[in-house]
Design a protein around this ligand. Structure first.
Ligand code: DAH
Length: 339
């Protein structure tokens, strides 16, 4: 009996199983009711009394070893399995949540698209600019209030360097290195020293357009403005030009569109006038052409500039300008369907 136990002990210690089925077969072979160990337990009855103690101990040892070994093999399979169970290479990937395009980008791209269809190409310039490109080259007088510390962020150590206050600076950047015809659209961020509130921020976005060629007239400007307004706000949109003043255009105008919220009938948004202002424009002042190396006797041009936040507000009625820079995903998600 002892010899049999020893033999089984050796077998049990060397047990191996390649998979769960093989392991189950081993369990049945050694540990089930009719298994080898139970058989020995049955035979235990016939063991001589003086041997019972030793044989009993050896038998228990065998049983424990067999249980331990089979449990260890089982654990090994389970730990391998738990990795494999989750791994389904045929499964489609988790849906990755896409971000949404920012409303200002949506509107900026729409503006660019409209002007691109009219033959305008994109031009960009630096946000940290010098006084020349932001003011002097655009015919701002030395004492023009826009240069005032109130409006402009100057670089402390260098009073000639500043954060551009408008994208009109790109006009002069392009004119100084190009020959007409010039037909550009300049989107970008601009900075002004304003107290932040629901209707003003220290940075915002503009789009500037410039066309310089021979025989460019105010009629051309007006036609492009009308086309832009209809494309942007719908075919029923009307425009109206009011005389205005900008240092870099002469004559200058501001353009209103019929309020697209009430359709021109009058509402709180348009302060019951039926009109809302959306941009500044005019014929490029000959001084500006000359300052930037373009012969004003041969060439003329028009320019226009608008705030992207303003256009976005009109399209989507965003009441608080600060929402545009807070990155609140609940706000941004509202524009999921807009592009
Ligand atoms: N630069 C002006 C501003 O920031 C906007 C503007 C007005 C641009 C008239 C123009 C223009 O090109 O012709 O308020």
């Amino acid at each position: 009996m002892i010899a049999k136990i020893n033999e089984l002990l050796q077998e049990v210690e060397a047990l191996k199983a390649a998979n769960a089925d093989e392991l189950e077969a081993l369990r049945i072979k050694y540990l089930s009711k009719k298994g080898a160990i139970n058989e020995l337990m049955t035979d235990f009855r016939n063991v001589a009394v003086e041997q019972k103690k030793e044989v009993g101990m050896r038998l228990n040892e065998l049983k424990n070893k067999a249980q331990e070994r089979i449990a260890a093999l089982k654990e090994q399979f389970e730990s391998q399995d738990s990795g494999c169970d989750d791994l389904d290479l045929t499964r489609s990937a988790y849906p990755i949540k896409l971000g949404t395009r920012h409303p200002l980008s949506i509107v900026k791209n729409e503006i660019i698209d409209i002007f691109a269809r009219l033959g305008f190409s994109i031009a960009e310039g630096p946000e940290v600019e010098d006084d020349w490109h932001v003011f002097s080259a655009l015919n701002f007088a030395e004492d023009h209030p826009a240069r005032d510390m109130q409006d402009t962020f100057f670089i402390e150590s260098h009073p000639d360097i500043l954060l551009r206050t408008h994208t009109s600076s790109v006009q002069s950047r392009v004119m100084e290195v190009s020959e007409p015809p010039i037909r550009i659209i300049c989107p970008g961020r601009v900075y002004r020293n304003e107290a932040i509130s629901y209707r003003a921020h220290c940075f915002f976005h503009q789009v500037e357009a410039l066309y310089v060629d021979k025989n460019v007239s105010f009629t051309d400007l007006k036609q492009v403005l009308l086309l832009f307004a209809k494309e942007m706000f719908g075919a029923d949109t009307k425009i109206r030009l009011r005389p205005s003043y900008f240092p870099f255009t002469e004559p200058s105008a501001e353009m209103d569109i019929s309020c697209n919220i009430c359709g021109g009938k009058g509402c709180p948004f348009c302060k019951h006038t039926g009109w809302v202002e959306i941009l500044g424009c005019g014929m490029v002042d000959p001084n500006v052409l000359e300052s930037n190396g373009i012969d004003s006797k041969v060439y003329s041009g028009y320019a226009l500039g608008m705030g992207i936040e303003r256009i976005t507000n009109l399209k989507y009625q965003v009441k608080d300008l600060r929402m545009f820079s807070e990155n609140d995903t609940r706000f941004l998600k509202e524009f999921e369907a807009a592009y």
